[in-house]
Each structure stands twice: as structure tokens, then as C-alpha cells.
Design a protein around this ligand. Structure first.
Ligand code: ADP
Ligand code: MG
Length: 714
């Protein structure tokens, strides 16, 4: 009966919903504007809980789980990462359980069901429906499936069948004539704990199973509390059983049965918090019984030492017996609210979830169980098929003994032939009737007897036709309930879904390809830019080094010049130079001012000095005009004109022979001559009267020289 046997722990994930409007208004002062006491590290699977009333220095509480989903997480993320593998296992014949645990209003129902009409917000249950039927339609054609669903709730420790046909008034939707039946739990060594007489509906498509869920939801016990207006006060279980038959290596048909429990628990909060009284408090006490029993079971299993696990303390724990420590793969989704006022409840949920991580299960494939409905179906179908073949054989006398393989096309052909045969028989009987009536040779009594016989034969024929029709209808109905892998899923939406998914995958692949190409291009560009940046950096380093060298050189030169200035230039000279320095803003250079004043800076000649080189008083002018004392002469103090005195001639004969011109005299001998010849008056004070000049020796010498020169030339 069992195959793969190994142990694995319960997978625990934690999800925190966003702050709602009411809570956000209360925690506006929280840093970051996000508020809340729950922080999640999605990559590490860690939850950090901040105590709003913590004393300074008190450490925060940290928990680690298989996965954590923060306020921004999407329904699809949780499904794909956490639930999808579990659904695959169920289709392979394992038992699977997903249960949502947490305080009221933290998102248990949102996680399990979500908003059905919004694809992005559909929860685990609708996504699982689609997943199951899509997988079946994609499985190999040699597999036959039978999918069944049941829906129940545990309300005040009573089990109610939410699909009870007596509750749902046919043809009048949303009208429920009576409350659902209370059912009992039973246990058998074959199938473990089960609910007796629980309605189980065979579903052929997503649409059918969704309709079932809607029907069940309409009769759920929903009450309002202070915490959540639509809070469910009951634990609900939606059960899907998937049976799959497949030819094994031994050539025989084997059946695997996977059971999936989708559990949405009632709020886990302490009842004082919900503000309930009276009848509702009693209800709360009973709801708590199940939850506290669940807690005890989890503790006992997590502890691992205590031999006794109190499954029998509540209906919920009995139903989940296999899922907690038994033959099932289990996922627990613990839901949290981020509001500071729920700190204690949030901490309790986290501790609860933390304990559940230690529960070990022993999941195994359920192969060939005795109670597999699929086997019953297959037997019944075979029986009906045999009956129909027998009738066909009888009708046509053509059926060969031991003929096998009777496919649907064969069925239809056979039916047509049987129908034809019946018609022929009927026609034959009618003709015989007619012949008997028209036959005049027969006695009236004989005629009546023969007609009666024929009438009975016609009645039998009609009866047989009706029975065959009924059998065929039954056969067809039974057969249609079996889903064949790869085909037979008439659900159009599912087909569309499949195409859509394939298309989506294609688009995703194309997108990946395009993005990879783009990425490669951008990467190449990035490398180029990086190389360029490196080049520019190198260039910068080089030029900086050069500039530093130049700066060092210049500094050295400057120091050298300072040294010279300080040690070799008198400070006043330095100051003079400094004073002469001006900065030319246009050329941005220091320049020396000119030493000579420019023309514009030159002083103008005074008006009193017109005609004279320098100012001269009126008295001096008059005195000058009168030719008076030479002190009043302002100009020409230096006489440059030739001396007009007569030349002084000296006879050569009187010269001693040794000094005559044609003889070469010794320089010493010539000295007196030279002395006289070069005696040129260079200047004469303006105070010397011109008339007194005539007798000057220099004039003479000049005259002598001038007269002597032409003669010597001659
Ligand atoms: P519970 O079933 O735990 O009592 P519900 O599922 O009814 O809580 O959630 C209470 C409210 O919080 C609902 O209005 C629901 O839409 C909202 N909610 C819960 N979880 C989320 C989430 N992850 N993202 C957005 N809204 C959420
Ligand atoms: Mg709920």
C-alpha cells in the first residue's frame, strides 16, 4: 500500500499583512511611515518583533522560518514558492495539508481564498483548483483521474457538511431550507479518521469545483466581532481527493490517491480581546478548545519526548491527525498583523509557528488503497460496458466471445447498429401483424392469439430498448466523470488557461532572450566605459605628477630668488621695485611701471617761460634785453660757435729740426706740440664775456690746427 517512506518536517511560513487604515491612523508616529512592530528579512526568512513597551536595551525577538512574506508580498509568490510543490505531491499520491493559523483579521481567509474575481488576489484554494485540473490535462494519456471534493466546518465542536444536498434548495440559489447536518467522526484501519456520510462530489472541471466552494461558503457560520466584521468563527476544511490510475511496470492498473486538506482556522486570539459576551463567549470557548488542543498536539509533537499526543481532545486535531506527525506533507501559514496593540497575540502566533517547525511527518504515496472510488468506478463502467456489449451481441448475434477493447467510437458504432437492428425487428413485427390481419384464411380466434403474441414481442422490444438506453446513459455519465490525462477535459476555460500559460511562458522566454541580448550589449558598453574611465584616470595621474614636478621646480627657483633678494638686494631697493610693480589684469601679469613719465605725465611749460627754456622773471628779461650783467642770461651758457679770433701761426723754422713734420719725432719730443694742438676749450662758463675769449690759448690751438691741416694736406 505504501511506497516512498521518509520523514520530513512541517513547512512553516509566516505572512504579515499591511497595516489597515484604522491601524495606520494609530501608528502615524512610527518611523518610516510604515508603522508596525513586525520587520521581515525575506531573504533570510527572519521575523523580528519589536515590543512597543520594551524597556531600553531589551533585545528584540527574532524567529526564523522556511519562508516569510511581508506586507508587499503577492498571492502568487506564496503559491508558487510554498504551495505549488505540495499540489504536485498530491497529484503523485501523497496527502497534503495547508492550514492558515493566526489572530482574527490577520489574513487567514485572504491567504486561503483571497478575492476570487481578481486574478492577482486569488488565494491558495482557487489557485490549487486551477493547478490540479491543468496538471491533469497535461499528464500522459494513459492515466485516468477522479477528482472529488468535500467541504465541512467545525463549529462549536460540531462537524457540519457544507455540501449537504438537503441544505441547498435546488433551482433556488442562496436559499437554504435547513442548517447542515451534524456528522460524526469515524476511524478505520484502512482510511484512518474520516467523517461518516460526508458529501463528496465528483468534479470534472475548475468551474464545477468553484461552484461547490461557493455553495459551501453560503452556509458557513459567520459572526461579527469587534475585531473583524466578517470574521469566521468556525474552522473550515475543503478536502480534495485526487485518484489516479496508471498501468504499472507489471502491466496491471495501479491506483494512487492524494488527499489535499485546505484548512482555514478560526481566529487564535484570546477571547477577552474580541469583546464577546453570552452566547458568543460560549462559542468562543468551544472554538478555543479546538485551538488549544491543536496547540497541545503541536507542543507534544515538537517536544518529541512525550509519548502521548492528545489528538482525541478535539475534532479538529482528530481530523488533522495525519497532517500533524503522520502520513502527510504539511504547510502551515502563520498570519500576523503589524499593529502594536496586538503585540502579545503576534508573539504567541510566532511561538506557535516556531514550535510547529519541529513536527516530523512521514509522508508516503497511497497506492492501491481498498477504498479507492476510482476502482469502483472502473468496475462499474466495465460491468455496464459488458452489459451493453451483451445486449448488442444478442441484438446483432455478432459479438465474438472474449473480444476486448471497446473504445468510445466502437460504442457509438455498436449503438447505431443495435438501433438499426431494433428498427428492423419492429418493422418485421409490424409487417407480420399486418399480414395476420389481412390473412382471410385464419380463424378469428387464431388471428387474435397471433396478434397478442406479436404485441407481447413488441412490448419486450420496447422494454429492452429503454433498458439499453438507461444503461448507455449511466455508462456515459460514469465514464465522463473519469478524467483522462492529455484529453477529456472538456473545460474550455482550462484549455484556454493552458494556451494562455504556454503563451505566457513563450513571451517570458522571448523577453528573457531579448533582455539577455540587451544585457550583453550593455555589459560590453559598460566594459568600454570602464576602460575609458581607467584611461582618463591614468592620464590624470600622469598630468598631476607632471604638475607636481613643475611645482617643485618652481618652488625651488622661488626659494632661490627669495634667497637672493633677502641677502643681496637692499631693502629700500626691493621696496622701490615692489612699488613699481603693478598687476596687469588683462594679461594677468605683474609689470614694472615706466621710470620716465609718459608724455601725458610731463609737466607743461609754464606760460611765463614762453620763448625761453626755463621760467624767467620780468626783471631778468629786461636786464637781458639791456645786455646787462651776464648773470641774467638764461640760455646758451655753453659757446659752441667757432672762435672768431685770428689764427695763430708759428713758423716752422723756429721749430727744432728734430720736431719737423717729415721727421719722425719721438713721442716725448712731440709733447709740447700736442699739448698746444689739443688744447681745445670744451666749454666756457656763461659768465665769461665773449669778448674776453679771443686771447684764449685753446682758440688759438684750434685755429692753428685748422690752418695747419690744409697746409699739410697741400
Ligand atoms: P482572517 O481570516 O484572518 O480573520 P481576513 O483574511 O478576513 O482575516 O483579512 C482581514 C482583512 O485584511 C481583509 O480585508 C483582507 O482583505 C485584508 N488582508 C489580509 N491580508 C492581506 C494582505 N496580505 N494584503 C492585503 N490585504 C490583506
Ligand atoms: Mg477568516
Amino acid at each position: 500500500m505504501s511506497k516512498v517512506k521518509s520523514s520530513e518536517t512541517v513547512k512553516v511560513v509566516v505572512r504579515c499583512r499591511p497595516l489597515n487604515r484604522k491601524e495606520a491612523a494609530g501608528v502615524t508616529g512610527t518611523p518610516g511611515g510604515r508603522g508596525g512592530i513586525v520587520e521581515m528579512d525575506v531573504h533570510r526568512g527572519q521575523v523580528v518583533l519589536r515590543n512597543p513597551r520594551a524597556l531600553p536595551g531589551e533585545p528584540q525577538k527574532t524567529f526564523t522560518f522556511d519562508s516569510v512574506y511581508d506586507a508587499s508580498s503577492r498571492q502568487r509568490d506564496l503559491y508558487d514558492e510554498t504551495v505549488r510543490p505540495l499540489i504536485h505531491s498530491v497529484l503523485d499520491g501523497f496527502n497534503g495539508t495547508i492550514f492558515a493559523y493566526g489572530q482574527t483579521g490577520t489574513g487567514k481567509t485572504y491567504t486561503m481564498q483571497g478575492a476570487w474575481l481578481e486574478p492577482e488576489r486569488r488565494g491558495v484554494i482557487p489557485n490549487a483548483f486551477e493547478h490540479v485540473f491543468t496538471q491533469i490535462s497535461r499528464s500522459p494519456a494513459d492515466r485516468q483521474y477522479l477528482v472529488r471534493a468535500s467541504y465541512l466546518e467545525i463549529y462549536r465542536e460540531e462537524i457540519r457538511d457544507l455540501l449537504d444536498p438537503n441544505v441547498h434548495t435546488p433551482h433556488v440559489p442562496n436559499v437554504h431550507t435547513q442548517s447542515p447536518h451534524t456528522l460524526e467522526l469515524r476511524e478505520s484501519p484502512e482510511s484512518g479518521v474520516y467523517v461518516r456520510d460526508l458529501t463528496s462530489c465528483v468534479c470534472k472541471s475548475v468551474k464545477e469545483i468553484e461552484e461547490l466552494m461557493n455553495l459551501g461558503n453560503q452556509v458557513r457560520s459567520v459572526g461579527a466581532t469587534d475585531m473583524n466584521e466578517h470574521s469566521s468563527r468556525s474552522h473550515t476544511l475543503f478536502l480534495i481527493t485526487v485518484e489516479c490510475s496508471q498501468t504499472g511496470p507489471d502491466g496491471r492498473q495501479h491506483i494512487r490517491v492524494g488527499r489535499l486538506n485546505l484548512v482555514d482556522l478560526a481566529g487564535s486570539e484570546r477571547q477577552a480581546k474580541t469583546g464577546v459576551r453570552g452566547e458568543r463567549l460560549k462559542e468562543a470557548a468551544k472554538i478555543n478548545l479546538s485551538l488549544s488542543a491543536l496547540g497541545n498536539v503541536i507542543s507534544a509533537l515538537a517536544d518529541g519526548r512525550s509519548g502521548h499526543v492528545p489528538y482525541r481532545d478535539s475534532k479538529l486535531t482528530r481530523l488533522l491527525q495525519d497532517s500533524l506527525g503522520g502520513n502527510a506533507k504539511t504547510v502551515m501559514v502563520a498570519t500576523l498583523g503589524p499593529a502594536p496593540q496586538h503585540y502579545e497575540e503576534t508573539l504567541t502566533t510566532l511561538r506557535y509557528a516556531n514550535r510547529a517547525k519541529n513536527i516530523k511527518n512521514q509522508p508516503r504515496v497511497n497506492e492501491d488503497p481498498k477504498d479507492a472510488l476510482l476502482r469502483e468506478f472502473q468496475k462499474e463502467i466495465a460491468r455496464l460496458r459488458a452489459q451493453l456489449s451483451h445486449r448488442e451481441g444478442r441484438g446483432k448475434h455478432r459479438k465474438e466471445e472474449g473480444e476486448e477493447g471497446w473504445d468510445r467510437e466502437g460504442d457509438e458504432e455498436g449503438e447505431e447498429e443495435v438501433e438499426k437492428e431494433r428498427k428492423l425487428q419492429k418493422e418485421r413485427l409490424e409487417e407480420e401483424n399486418k399480414a395476420i390481419r389481412e390473412d382471410g384464411s385464419l380463424l378469428a380466434v387464431e388471428k387474435q392469439r397471433l396478434l397478442g403474441e406479436k404485441e407481447i414481442m413488441m412490448g419486450d422490444l420496447r422494454k429492452e430498448r429503454d433498458t439499453t438506453e438507461q444503461l448507455t446513459a449511466k455508462y456515459k455519465a460514469m465514464e465522463s466523470k473519469l478524467l483522462v490525462g492529455g484529453r477529456n477535459i472538456m473545460d474550455h476555460t482550462s484549455e484556454q488557461q493552458k494556451t494562455l500559460e504556454t503563451r505566457r511562458q513563450e513571451i517570458a522566454e522571448q523577453e528573457v532572450e531579448a533582455k539577455t541580448k540587451k544585457l550583453k550589449k550593455l555589459y560590453a558598453k559598460l566594459q568600454c566605459v570602464k576602460a575609458e574611465i581607467q584611461d582618463v584616470n591614468d592620464e590624470h595621474v600622469r598630468s598631476r605628477q607632471e604638475l607636481e614636478q613643475t611645482q617643485n621646480q618652481l618652488t625651488r627657483e622661488l626659494k632661490f630668488k627669495y634667497l637672493i633678494i633677502e641677502n643681496f638686494i637692499p631693502p629700500e631697493e626691493k621696496n622701490k621695485i615692489l612699488n613699481r610693480l603693478t598687476l596687469d589684469p588683462e594679461e594677468d601679469q605683474w609689470k614694472f611701471q615706466l621710470l620716465t613719465p609718459s608724455e601725458s605725465q610731463m609737466k607743461k611749460r609754464l606760460a611765463s617761460a614762453v620763448g625761453y627754456k626755463r621760467p624767467i622773471s620780468q626783471y631778468a628779461r629786461v636786464a637781458l634785453a639791456m645786455g646787462a650783467h651776464s648773470r641774467y642770461r638764461a640760455e646758451n651758457i655753453l659757446f659752441l660757435e667757432l672762435d672768431m679770433s685770428p689764427p695763430t701761426t708759428v713758423s716752422l723754422d723756429h721749430w727744432p729740426s728734430e720736431v719737423r713734420p717729415n721727421c719722425s719725432p719721438s713721442p716725448t719730443d712731440n709733447a709740447p706740440y700736442r699739448e698746444r694742438a689739443t688744447r681745445v676749450r670744451k666749454s666756457r662758463s656763461w659768465c665769461q664775456a665773449p669778448r674776453a675769449i679771443t686771447s684764449s690759448s685753446s682758440t688759438v690751438s684750434l685755429a692753428t690746427h685748422s690752418t695747419a691741416t690744409p697746409s699739410t694736406a697741400q
